[in-house]
Design a protein around this ligand. Structure first.
Ligand SMILES: [Zn+2]
Ligand SMILES: [Zn+2]
Length: 213
């Protein structure tokens, strides 16, 4: 295990994995993966817990890992510096506005021992036909995988490379207008014009549906 990895796991600058578990609600392999991605990205870019919108992340997944990214890197959906483009890939791009550097972090499809057995059990557990023993075994396997992901050498787990892409535009503050249909305040840029009136998206969609019927 390399020194950098040790520093990333135990350095005081980052929230711990336990902090992530509290935030996410449970411990799982996805969260562990997100934790490794986040700490590696911040270390590579030389960023401590970022302020405001200094760091920007584009996540190509919407899975559990994203919650670790939000807590550890401070890139959050609400601030607009976490952008989810759900391509179903465990790939995360990080941009540091301060240094102008950007990296792309890919989670390697590492061979987890017993993965196929775990996938079989998962199907049973989630379709409600697993026995109590199978449920217990499934949770034990998940915990094992989580532990091994947290301990894996970084190079085995992640592929990190510098990229030259530019970060997306900063989040803008939009003017609020009142929807001509429901009367609720709505961000200007999210409105549509229907029948000469400015309305919110749900109202525009409702009009479309009733128009078609
Ligand atoms: Zn999870
Ligand atoms: Zn409306």
């Amino acid at each position: 295990m390399c020194e950098n990895h040790e520093a990333a796991r135990h350095g005081p600058a980052y929230p711990t994995f336990d902090d992530c578990v509290r935030f996410h609600g449970h411990s799982c392999p996805g969260l562990a993966t997100g934790y490794r991605v986040s700490t590696a990205a911040m270390r590579t870019l030389g960023v401590k817990r970022p302020y405001d919108e200094e760091l920007v992340c584009i996540a190509e997944t919407d899975a559990c890992s994203v919650d670790a990214v939000q807590l550890v890197t401070g890139c959050t959906a609400g601030k607009g510096n976490l952008i989810i483009r759900d391509y179903g890939k465990h790939v995360f791009s990080f941009f540091s506005r301060e240094s102008g550097r950007a990296i792309r972090v890919l989670v390697r499809n590492s061979d987890i021992p017993g993965r196929s057995a775990m996938d079989e059990l998962r199907k049973k557990v989630f379709s409600g036909i697993a026995t109590p023993d199978e449920i217990a075994r499934f949770h034990e396997m998940m915990a094992e995988t989580t532990r091994s992901l947290l301990a894996a050498p970084e190079d085995d787990l992640l592929e990190i490379r510098e990229v030259t892409e530019k970060p997306p535009e900063k989040a803008r503050i939009f003017a609020s207008v009142v929807c001509g249909e429901c009367g609720e305040p709505v961000a200007d840029v999210r409105t549509r014009v229907v029948g000469g009136r400015r309305v919110c998206i749900p109202c525009a969609q409702a009009r479309e549906i009733s128009g078609r019927a």
